[in-house]
Each structure stands twice: as C-alpha cells, then as structure tokens.
Design a protein around this ligand. Structure first.
Ligand code: NDP
Length: 250
C-alpha cells in the first residue's frame, strides 16, 4: 500500500533535530533520501562502500546549506559485529541517539535461474541485503532507543512480496527482509518508541534497475528524487504509530 496522505507535505524543518543513518547513501535511492532528509533539517550519516560517492553526496548537502553530514565508509559484505559495535560507540559519543535508520544498500546479484546461481553470489547477496541489515539494526538498537521516537526502514522489492523466475537470491533476500521487519516490528511495537516498516520503491531509475533491465529506456521509470516524500513521511513524526507495515512508494 502507498502511505503518504494526499494532504501531507514535508515542511522545511520537518526532520530538524533528527539524526538519520542511511546505508547505500552514495548512490541511487539512498543518496536521494539522504539529500532529501538533509534538505528538511536532519543530520545525516552517510554509510556506503565507495568513499568517493559518499564524499560527493556530502559535498552536495553542504552546497545546499544542510547540516554537516557524517561519512561512514563501510563494506557491508565484509563488516563484522565488532566493527559495528565500535561504530555504535563512536556514534554514541558524537550524536548520542539515532532517530532514523534507513537500509537502502542492496546487491542485485545475478539474474539467473536458481539452478545456475552460484553459492558464492547467493551468500554475497544474503550478506549485504539480509545479514548486514540485521547486524546493523541490532547493533544500533541502543541508539535508536535513546531517541524519543525512532523509525527503522527496510527496503524491499516487488519480488520480495511475490517470487518471480530469475530473481534468485535477490528475491529470497527481500522476502527475508520483510520477515525481519515483521518480527522486529512485533517485538518492538509495544515495548519501545521504535517503529519498523518496509518500503517497496517500485521501479526506479537507478544503476541497479538499469543493470537488471538493460533493454529498458531509463526514462521509463521515475528518478529516485521524485519518490523521497515516502521516506520523509516515514521518518517524520507524522508517521508515529505506523508499525510493521509493508509499504510501497509508488
Ligand atoms: P543502487 O545500485 O543505485 O544503489 C545501491 C547502493 O548500495 C549503492 O550506494 C551501493 O554502494 C550500496 N552497496 C552495495 N553493496 C554494498 C556493500 N557491500 N556495502 C555497502 N554498500 C553497498 O541501487 P538502488 O538505489 O536502486 O537500490 C536501493 C535499494 O532499493 C536496494 O535495497 C534495492 O534492492 C531496492 N530496490 C530498488 C529498485 C529499483 O528499481 N531501483 C526496485 C526495488 C527495490 P556503491 O555505489 O559503493 O556500490
């Protein structure tokens, strides 16, 4: 289901005072969400694999006059529990709380039949899309608990809600993402101020989409910048009470 009420529009300071960590912030949807959050007053922490891309996002936000972002170079395919605990301690000392955690980093893997999928690719996709998202969320829970109301957003996909041929590990990883969201939302719903939801972005003109559909004209899908109101709404106080929902941005 789509989620943003027709009457809702983010105010200029909608996310003022909030600190939001975004994975995959160097490119595509994560970058667009990071820029939009900064534009509406948030302090954003940019986590991603390629430092130059994070630096470009940082520069863009600074040029727009946003709050100084944090840059967290991190390969989620390799990251350890200990490294994430160190990150939490650093963030505890510097920002003290997390009001939002957006999991946008994702790996497509191979578009092949299950019978052709290598176990190395399978494990890699599961590591980035599922295991790292679990580890990061679990590690950051104490900081999310410090915020008066925190929002965790997982990124799903159409093939994470209905399986389709040749989407192999990616589809399975997105089903796992939905399961993780539901379990966590159920556990935290009545015991904390943390809400947990998933978003299926729909087809979006990013490098992942262009790789998955090389023959498709890129302009046939919306640019990520046009879809950011969904993330802004779910990170803002306007969505308090919404928990455990599988949502769509289109
Ligand atoms: P992009 O490929 O444009 O961006 C993905 C981001 O994830 C990149 O910044 C990439 O970093 C980062 N990333 C990948 N692997 C790692 C890693 N090991 N460690 C840290 N960061 C990593 O894809 P989208 O923006 O399209 O995808 C964002 C999310 O939306 C994904 O979860 C995807 O599955 C989902 N989605 C996208 C759809 C679409 O049509 N675009 C449709 C449905 C779901 P780097 O640039 O450094 O490689």
């Amino acid at each position: 289901m789509t989620v943003v009420p027709a009457s809702w529009q983010a105010t200029q300071h909608e996310l003022a005072g909030k600190t939001i960590l975004i994975t995959g912030a160097g490119d595509g949807i994560g970058k667009a969400v990071a820029i939009a959050c900064a534009r509406h007053g948030a302090e954003v922490l940019l986590l991603g694999r390629t430092e130059e891309k994070l630096a470009a996002c940082y520069d863009y936000i600074m040029l727009e006059g946003g709050r100084t972002p944090g840059i967290i170079p991190c390969d989620l395919g390799q990251v350890s529990h200990d490294a994430l605990c160190d990150l939490r301690e650093e963030l505890n000392a510097s920002v003290g709380k997390l009001d939002g955690l957006v999991h946008s980093a994702g790996l497509l893997g191979d578009r092949k039949a299950m019978t052709q999928t290598s176990s190395a690719i399978w494990h890699q996709v599961m590591q980035v899309n599922v295991n790292a998202a679990f580890m990061l969320t679990q590690t950051m829970l104490p900081l999310l608990n410090e915020a008066p109301e925190a929002s965790v957003l997982f990124t799903s996909s159409g093939v994470g809600r209905k399986g389709r041929a040749f989407w192999g590990a990616y589809a399975a990883s997105k089903f796992a993402t939905e399961g993780m969201m539901q379990v966590l939302a159920d556990e935290l719903g009545n015991t904390s101020n943390i809400r947990v939801n998933s978003i299926n972005p729909g087809a979006v003109n990013t490098s992942m989409r262009r790789t998955a559909y090389p023959a498709e004209p890129p302009t046939s899908n919306p640019d990520p910048e046009t879809l950011t109101p969904t993330w802004l709404y779910l990170l803002s106080s306007a969505s308090i009470g919404l928990n455990g929902q599988a949502l769509s941005a289109q």
